[in-house]
Ligand binder design. Structure first.
Ligand code: G3P
Length: 220
């Protein structure tokens, strides 16, 4: 399973990337709006920091505009994946951009039928938004499971990218289901590693070793 960071913050991306387990990054207009600086320059810097798929999203809502923005985004760096919302115009744009060999991440997926249409249009990734479904009292993870089950029957060249993950249990559930990719904010990523028993255990090992060293020094 690939792990992506869902942020446009370069400090966070550099810190997480230094651990060697980050495979890509997803951004969106809201995430880029939180940062200072030119969004395109930030996107390129992210591409240079993480050598994997880096999603940059179009803001046009008509197919022609999406295609133009998608071509431009893809020209910025070879790692850029064009993120397109799952609407009618988005499907049209996806078909054209995929035909040109550009990778599309179809975003704002909230139903299995949307994912099916996205894959048929040639999207390389589909992004079901788990947390936002949970927010409206609907089991977001069930959508991920449905999409995985559907895709298992066919030969779509399309990966399931579980997005809008809000806590480590979302990551665990996505992994148990066999999601291809999970993307998460830095706050969730950090929680994947942390365990108090690891810290307590390490402290005990080191304290005991200090005792050994003190005994050896006393014998010398
Ligand atoms: O990758 C999608 C993500 O940015 C949305 O997350 O937490 O705003 O629902 P959230």
């Amino acid at each position: 399973m690939k792990i992506f960071l869902d942020t446009a913050n370069l400090d966070e991306i550099r810190e997480a990337a230094s651990l060697g387990v980050v495979d890509g990054v997803t951004t969106n207009p809201s995430l880029l709006a939180r940062e200072t600086g030119d969004p395109e320059a930030i996107l390129v810097e992210i591409c240079k920091t993480v050598n994997g798929p880096i999603s940059g999203e179009v803001v046009a809502t008509d197919a022609e505009g999406m295609i133009g923005e998608g071509r431009h985004l893809a020209s910025l760096h070879e790692n850029v994946v064009v993120k397109i919302p799952c609407i009618e115009e988005g499907l049209k744009a996806t078909r054209v951009l995929a035909g040109e060999g550009k990778r599309v991440n179809m975003t704002l997926i909230f139903s299995p039928t949307q994912a099916l249409l996205a894959a048929k249009a040639g999207a390389r990734y589909v992004s079901p938004f788990v947390g936002r479904l949970d927010d409206v009292a609907t089991q977001g993870m069930e959508l991920v499971a449905d999409i995985i089950q559907i895709f298992d029957h066919y030969d779509f060249d399309c990966e399931v990218l579980a997005a809008s993950l809000r806590h480590p249990l979302h990551v665990v559930e996505a992994a148990r289901m066999g999601a291809d990719i999970v993307t998460m904010p830095m706050s969730v990523f950090q929680k994947l590693l942390k365990h108090p028993l690891t810290d307590i255990g390490l402290k005990r090992f080191l304290d005991d070793w200090e005792k050994v060293k003190a005994q050896m020094a006393a014998r010398a």
